[in-house]
Design a protein around this ligand. Structure first.
Ligand SMILES: [Zn+2]
Length: 431
């Protein structure tokens, strides 16, 4: 048994003082507020939050940060560089880049990542690389192994063939994808999941037996990130991308739509009624100029909301959480779209469930994943504890516990200088 004593911790939506948390075999087995520490307890100062979930990541996009803005940059300057990086990555250089990126995530307070993985090499070497990288960095992972078959959709709805770069992403058939995906073996902090890249990359008519193939695993898909996708879907099939996924039977509690930026009222209703999750990626959506999705309308319709850092222009769970609220405030010209406790659940428990784990909450039976945040830094000093996440940044994370083990201690990861690791890994990709 490993036990922790927290100066303060968030339990059932409220901040409690002097909380003992006992763990065994990676799970929480006791939670006792208002109690003294035992001599063997590991003391956690500040405010302890449940583990924070990064429900949408493409680890290799980290190599693009701060390099796509020349002459202002367009979506296409971003995508060209992303394809160049993808072309160059080998299992070895992908491992180094993913390992450093996952370490950056853990330092920032992310305890689980949903890796939306579309960079295959046929052999399983890229899947092994990304899983080994996560295991070494100490982060929990759901490998959302991605089906990618076509190059895109023209505005008139016609299918575009795979480009040379995109061949790298494709298994060429649903059968090949399923065979490769089923052969991947998972370590103790890893589990399988599936993804459909988008209705641009997979003909929705091929999706009708997907739910059976996926057999209860989390299933994610990019959905209506940009309005061009809706235009092309309407031209090709006469309905929205959400309606295509709904008709293929994919929506439901195991389904997560990523972005959901441009949704009709009917789309919102479909996602809500089915209890689907919608994963917002605010720092990416603003970087790429995608727009602001209807977060509070989705929540009101019954959808769960989760958060992801997607292309990693920023890796900071607090920035994503605030982005969700702040973008809505700008769009709605009103404050208080979500209450602080609700926002924290989007960043924690909802992301865990979207990734197929019972965590992101401090209660008996949940995974023993915890994040301690400094309450006295220049950013957080004076902030009320029940809304500290409106003031904190990734730099305020002091200790991170994953499966009952300390992975970040006193703001340091076991790897040492993660900035240096990132610089080396990005230099090796050399674009
Ligand atoms: Zn994405």
């Amino acid at each position: 048994v490993t036990s922790f004593w927290c100066e303060h911790a968030v339990i059932d939506r409220s901040v409690r003082a002097r909380v003992r948390i006992e763990t065994a075999d990676g799970e929480i087995v006791a939670v006792v507020p208002d109690t003294a520490a035992m001599p063997t307890d590991r003391k956690l100062a500040g405010l302890v939050l449940p583990g924070l979930a990064n429900a949408h990541s493409h680890a290799f996009h980290r190599a693009l940060r701060g390099r796509t803005h020349s002459d202002g940059g367009t979506f296409w300057t971003w995508r060209d560089l992303m394809y160049r990086v993808a072309d160059r990555l080998t299992p070895d250089s992908y491992f180094d880049l993913a390992r450093a990126t996952f370490a950056e995530m853990v330092l920032a307070g992310y305890t689980v990542v949903g890796e939306f993985h579309y960079l295959h090499a046929g052999s399983g070497a890229m899947e092994d690389a990304v899983l080994s990288a996560a295991a070494e960095a100490g982060i929990r992972i759901t490998l959302l192994d991605t089906l990618y078959l076509d190059g895109g959709l023209d505005p008139d709805g016609s299918t575009v063939g795979l480009s040379a770069s995109q061949r790298r992403f494709s298994d060429l058939s649903v059968e090949n994808w399923q065979a490769r995906r089923s052969a991947v073996s998972m370590g103790p902090l890893a589990r399988g999941g599936a993804a459909v890249h988008s209705i641009r990359a997979v003909d929705p008519r091929l999706l009708s037996n997907l739910v059976e193939l996926v057999a209860g695993d989390p299933l994610h898909a990019h959905l209506s990130e940009q309005s061009a996708e809706n235009t092309a879907a309407l031209a090709a099939w006469g309905v929205t991308p959400t309606r295509l996924f709904a008709d293929a039977g994919l929506l439901g509690e195991n389904f997560t739509a990523v972005h959901g930026t441009h949704l009709s009222d009917d789309d919102i209703e479909l996602l809500g009624q089915t209890g689907s999750t919608v994963c917002f990626c605010p720092t990416t959506e603003r970087d790429l100029g995608d727009g602001i999705g209807p977060a509070s309308a989705l929540a009101a319709a019954g959808a769960r909301l989760a958060l992801g850092s997607d292309q990693h222009a920023v890796i900071d769970p607090f920035e994503e959480l605030r982005g969700l609220e702040m973008h809505e405030r700008l769009a709605a010209e009103a404050r208080g779209r979500f209450d602080p406790a609700e926002l924290l659940e989007h960043a924690s428990a909802n992301g865990y469930s979207a990734l197929g784990w019972n965590g992101g909450t401090i209660r008996v039976g949940a995974l023993a994943d915890l994040v301690a945040v400094d309450t006295g830094s220049v950013r957080t000093a004076g902030a009320a504890l029940d809304q500290l996440w409106f003031a904190a940044t990734a730099a305020d994370v002091t200790t991170v516990v994953i499966a009952g083990e300390i992975v970040v201690d006193d703001r340091r990861h076991a790897f040492g200088d993660v900035g240096e690791l990132l610089a080396e890994a990005i230099a090796k990709v050399g674009t």
